[in-house]
Design a protein around this ligand. Structure first.
Ligand code: GLU
Length: 558
């Protein structure tokens, strides 16, 4: 038996299975050629970052558009960072956003799939088997250095202005003989398992064929990185390699904070003699801040958290479409050409991803969202809106559901041609709907009289009430508003006013605006004739009369 095999046995006496047994336990997947196997591998920190959903969506698209598999693996080896319920947040966010997970812990609370466990803390035996193998072949060794010794190493390196790290001559335990190591193990000294790196940082480069960033040349790894900690838990570097090998991952799509460790990962793949998957590193989503751009921050930016979108009431497809738009700028043109097609038919491309970081823009999200809401059939709009209101605005929920037919007629305004675009997210519903209901209707009378003398406003009201007929169509209705304008010295249309501005007090727009404010309390609404039709003659009459009376009283008081 080779010395290193003896050492491996002494370090892992309970590990009896071999790497070859694992290859039998996890046979290759039976998938069509070219099928991508991708994964989302979050640490359960209890926070679903928009960048996480972005990466998950990219991986999911890659898998499913190639008839492959998308799975979720929970990387819970850092117990300090773990938050209870974190897996549920991932599961519910994916379910909400329609991210279909084929395997792992996210589809149900049970793990699904034949390549599990999908929770790293339940895979410690697999890491031990693989670590034992690396020790046996001489590519890993136990390190007994204490944290004080490691700190002293780093301090010396810093003092000598040498790149810090446990490597080469600085890697004290690397040179222990097997007998020395065995003696320490037998004496019960605590240890970690480290890679025995064969790389040279300064002289050799390794080519990373990144499927997002293209071909990159990076210095080789020369660090004897920790693979297994003293409690038997693996580091991310080691665990993801064992997992992605045994789960047959073809593409590792991850944040670009991992790019600099990729040479280490490639060294590990080759130490095992396994074929590495393609790595693809996504730059973080950025936002404009002041004059510059910066990474969306979990602490500073509420929009970094997926919970923000649910709270604001952005419909799920709007967020997905927005993310696809961020990922592939040609998505927008594709969408124009295929307005009714499922986004899953869009030919997503890794090559078109923004290498330096997509720029988050909520205004763009709003514009996608309002178009989508405008295009929803009334019934669907009603269902989605009330579903959101139950959770986020129960007072408005009570108001709108109290008269569902009326609410639906409000939602139906300018539905034809999807023209009404004042609702960008369900949280706009209050502002855009409440004035239709008497409980939420209020007018700031100064708005009415800011540009027009009270007497004229009252005159507009009187004349309107005399002539208003709810059965008038839009043309007749507008003709009457024009007649009021003309009678009070206002131009009947903008053109006439512009041609001879001094001849008029203003134009018909002012008269219509007075009426708009009077019946809605707002300066901007959908088409006024339609709004009045929905409000109904009684409400229109009551609102205008009440205002007229208030204005008349204030006039008398002057
Ligand atoms: N657990 C790692 C993280 O949360 C995953 C990186 C990867 O996808 O490999 O950053």
């Amino acid at each position: 038996m080779a010395d290193t095999t003896l050492l491996a046995e002494a370090l892992f006496p309970h590990v009896t299975r071999l790497g070859a047994d694992l290859e039998i336990q996890y046979p290759p997947r039976n998938l069509p050629t070219g099928a991508a196997i991708t994964r989302f591998a979050p640490s359960p920190t209890g926070f679903m970052h928009i960048g996480g959903l972005f990466a998950a969506l990219i991986s999911e698209r890659l898998a499913h558009q190639s008839e492959g598999v998308f799975f979720v693996r929970i990387e819970d080896t850092d117990k300090k960072r773990e938050v209870e319920g974190a897996t549920d947040i991932i599961r519910t966010t994916f379910a909400e956003y329609g991210i279909v997970v084929d395997e792992g812990l996210v589809r149900t609370s049970e793990s699904v799939g034949a390549y599990g466990p999908y929770l790293q803390s339940e895979r410690l035996d697999l890491y031990a088997i693989c670590a034992k193998h690396l020790v046996a072949i001489g590519r890993a060794y136990p390190c007994f250095c204490t944290s004080e010794e490691l700190a002293a190493n780093t301090a010396t390196q810093e003092a000598q202005k040498i790149r810090p790290g446990y490597r080469g001559q600085w890697a004290r335990c690397r040179t222990h003989t097997v007998d020395e190591a065995l003696a320490r193990v037998r004496a019960g000294a605590p240890y970690v398992i480290r890679l025995r790196s064969e790389g040279t940082f300064d002289y050799h480069k390794v080519t990373v064929d990144d499927c997002i960033k293209g071909s990159l040349s990076l210095p080789e790894n020369d660090l004897d990185t920790v693979l297994l900690k003293s409690d038997g838990y693996p580091t991310y570097h080691f665990a993801h390699i064992v997992d992605d090998h045994l789960m047959y991952t073809t593409h590792v799509i991850r944040g670009d904070e991992w790019l600099s460790s990729t040479p280490l990962h490639l060294e590990l793949w080759s130490a095992f003699g396994w074929t590495a998957p393609r790595y693809g590193h996504i730059a973080p989503i950025q936002k404009v801040d002041g004059g510059g751009k910066r990474k969306l921050s979990k602490r500073k930016d509420p929009e970094a958290n997926m919970a923000y979108y649910a709270e604001k009431g952005y419909p799920v497809p709007a967020v997905i479409e927005y993310l696809l738009n961020l990922a592939n700028s040609n998505f927008e043109d594709w969408r124009k050409e295929h307005p009714a097609t499922d986004y899953r038919k869009f030919p997503f491309s890794l090559k078109k991803l923004n290498v330096s970081g997509a720029l988050f823009d909520e205004v763009k999200l709003m514009s996608i969202s309002k178009e989508l809401i405008a295009a929803l059939p009334v019934e669907e709009m009603y269902t989605q809106m009330t579903t959101w209101l139950t959770v986020h605005d129960s007072a408005l929920f009570d108001v709108v559901t109290n008269d569902a037919a009326y609410t639906k007629s409000i939602l139906g305004i300018e539905k034809e041609g999807a023209k009404r675009k004042d609702i960008r997210a369900w949280s706009d519903a209050r502002e855009e709907l409440i004035y239709f209901f008497d409980t939420g209707f209020a007018v700031d009378t100064t708005l009415l009289t800011s540009d027009t003398p009270k007497e004229i406003v009252v005159e507009v009201f009187d004349r309107f009430l005399e002539t208003y007929d709810p059965s008038d169509d839009a043309t007749v209705w507008f003709g009457k508003v024009q007649a009021i304008a003309a009678a009070l010295g206002y131009a009947e249309n903008l053109k006439a006013f512009k041609q001879n501005p001094t001849a008029y007090k203003g134009h018909v727009g002012t008269i219509a605006q007075i009426l708009r404010i009077a019946v809605t309390g707002k300066t901007k609404t959908p088409d006024l004739h339609t709004v009045m039709t929905v409000l109904g003659a009684e409400r229109v009459g009551t609102r205008i009369r009440a205002l007229r009376d208030i204005l008349k009283k204030t006039r008398q008081m002057l």
